[in-house]
Design a binder for this molecule. Structure first.
Ligand code: AMP
Ligand code: MG
Length: 330
């Protein structure tokens, strides 16, 4: 059963989040399905509760611009936009700091992170009380309609999260605008609640509109052959390995195959939620270790297509797909 918390129970909601539970909370856009962004297991549980068939990067919510810019590098454009729009419906995609506390899964393995300070008093009170970045996509099952009341959240997710903080109805239907500031020129990944003309006035060259990324933000091409939200190791990945060689790195699931040059086990116990929380850190570690030891590739053991296994398989298939050029995607 999911607890329905009154607005004065912010402390309880914060304690649940800090303990690794999922808590839905109101923002000015829609209700978010929140998790402590530092906690890989909690972030994996978000994807599980939503029933998402793939991992896409989540927006991290913080109570102030200063708190946000402790996790990501902010340039002058980011600071000017934050001063103009935060708290409010503008999400900024910026490079992660090396000290960034946000788990790699929350950012789908990318070196960038989407951050936002929401304009809702209850959301801000919760974020202050939690004291950690909170990763939160909309609090609905995958493919469902974004919820604008606590009732909607329970309709779709009752029993799949610990609690929903009831702040009454949100201002309906405006998602945040998502602006990518990781390149030389800003790119609008998703138009939303922030007025594009005002964004342009703050950062754009006078009279020149900011380009809008074609297609869905998660599929935007950053450079040929590379998906923006697609982290892939530079070593080739071999799927469904049932044997492994000494010159390969092994991404194991369950009891590991023997004979690999180096091993990262996603989950000894064969648990898909644990495996999801260790996927991106594992690929990065194997990639670095494998390159350091001169190994020729990464062999990935099969992962069942149940629960989060579907999203894990989707990401492994992308990592194994042939691509142009060398190096990791974004
Ligand atoms: P939602 O969580 O449904 O509000 O969607 C978040 C949006 O932000 C999606 O379109 C994501 O693809 C986009 N997004 C989040 N993080 C990043 C990132 N690091 N790089 C590019 N896009 C991002
Ligand atoms: Mg959504």
């Amino acid at each position: 059963m999911t607890e329905r918390l009154a607005p004065d129970a912010v402390g309880r909601a914060a304690a649940l989040l800090r303990d690794g539970h999922l808590v839905a909370f109101p923002t000015e856009t829609v209700y978010g399905l929140g998790a402590d962004a530092r906690n890989g297991r909690a972030v994996a549980a978000v994807f599980e509760a939503k029933g998402r068939p793939h991992f896409n990067p989540l927006i991290c919510h913080l109570p102030t611009a200063d708190a946000a810019f402790e996790e990501v590098f902010a340039d002058d454009r980011a600071r000017a936009l934050a001063a103009r729009f935060w708290p409010g419906p503008l999400t900024l995609v910026l490079p992660r700091r090396p000290s960034c506390r946000v788990d790699l899964l929350a950012g789908a393995g990318l070196d960038t992170l989407a951050v936002r300070v929401p304009a809702h008093p209850l959301a801000l009170a919760l974020l202050e009380a939690v004291g950690t970045p909170v990763a939160a996509p909309s609090a609905n099952r995958s493919g469902g309609v974004s919820p604008t009341t606590a009732e909607h959240v329970l309709d779709g997710l009752d029993g799949r999260l610990a609690a929903v903080l009831d702040g009454g109805p949100c201002a309906v239907g405006v998602e945040s605008s998502v602006l990518d500031l990781t390149g030389a020129a800003p790119v609008l990944l998703r138009p939303g609640g922030a007025d594009t003309a005002v964004i342009e006035a703050v950062v754009g060259p006078v009279g020149r509109p900011i380009p809008v990324a074609a297609g869905r933000a998660s599929e935007t091409l950053r450079s040929p052959g590379m998906m923006l939200s697609h982290y892939a190791p530079s070593l080739p990945v071999r799927l469904d390995a049932v044997t492994v060689c000494a010159d390969e790195a092994l991404l194991a699931f369950g009891p590991p195959l023997s004979g690999a040059g180096v091993v990262w086990n996603l989950s000894e116990a064969g648990d898909c939620t644990e495996a999801a929380s260790r996927l991106f850190s594992g690929l990065r570690w194997l990639d670095a270790e494998g390159a350091r030891r001169g190994l020729r590739g990464i062999a990935a053991m099969p992962v069942p297509v149940t629960g989060l296994g579907e999203a894990i398989n989707d990401r492994l298939a992308r990592a194994a797909a042939p691509r142009d050029g060398a190096g990791s995607a974004a």
